[in-house]
Every structure is written in structure tokens, then in C-alpha cells.
Design a protein around this ligand. Structure first.
Ligand SMILES: [Ca+2]
Length: 92
């Protein structure tokens, strides 16, 4: 049985890291990542230049509420698969 306290702490740390990442992407600081900000962030993390249309397409895939931008909660959802694999890597 997992220690619920430890689990809660690691969850908080992960969200804090996600928030930090999100803030870095959200250069305008309005709490949303639009296609232009995504393009800049993508180039920063992958050093690939993605066309703005492709950025908008990717955002549409994550954009659960149809706002055309990625909000923090959507950002967390989008990165959930990576968080899961991070957890697996730690326990194995
Ligand atoms: Ca923004």
C-alpha cells in the first residue's frame, strides 16, 4: 500500500514543475498558451521550427473547452502521459 502523504507530495511537486513549464511557455502571462506562444515554446524545447498552422492544429487537439488556447488544466492533461511514464521510471 502506498503512503498517501508521499503520493500527495510528489503530486504537488509535479504540478509545480508543470506550472513552471506553463509559465515559461505563456510569455504574455495571460494564463493561456496560444499558437504563437506554442511555436516559440516548441522551438525552445525541440529546436525545431513548427509552422504556425501546425501549432494551431496541435492546440486544437489539447483544447478541451474549444477556446483556441491551452489553459493550465488542459496543459496538465496534455502532459499526463509523460507524468505517468516519469512515475514508472522512478519505481522500476
Ligand atoms: Ca498567453
Amino acid at each position: 500500500m502506498e503512503d498517501p502523504q508521499a503520493q500527495k507530495v510528489s503530486e504537488t511537486v509535479t504540478r509545480a514543475r508543470l506550472k513552471e513549464l506553463f509559465t515559461r511557455c505563456d510569455t504574455s502571462g495571460d494564463g493561456r498558451i496560444d499558437a504563437t506562444e506554442f511555436k516559440v515554446a516548441y522551438r525552445l524545447f525541440s529546436s525545431d521550427d513548427l509552422p504556425l498552422n501546425d501549432c494551431a492544429e496541435i492546440i486544437r487537439g489539447f483544447d478541451a473547452n474549444g477556446s483556441g488556447t491551452i489553459e493550465f488544466e488542459e496543459f496538465c492533461e496534455a502532459l499526463a502521459p509523460f507524468r505517468a511514464s516519469e512515475k514508472r521510471a522512478k519505481t522500476s
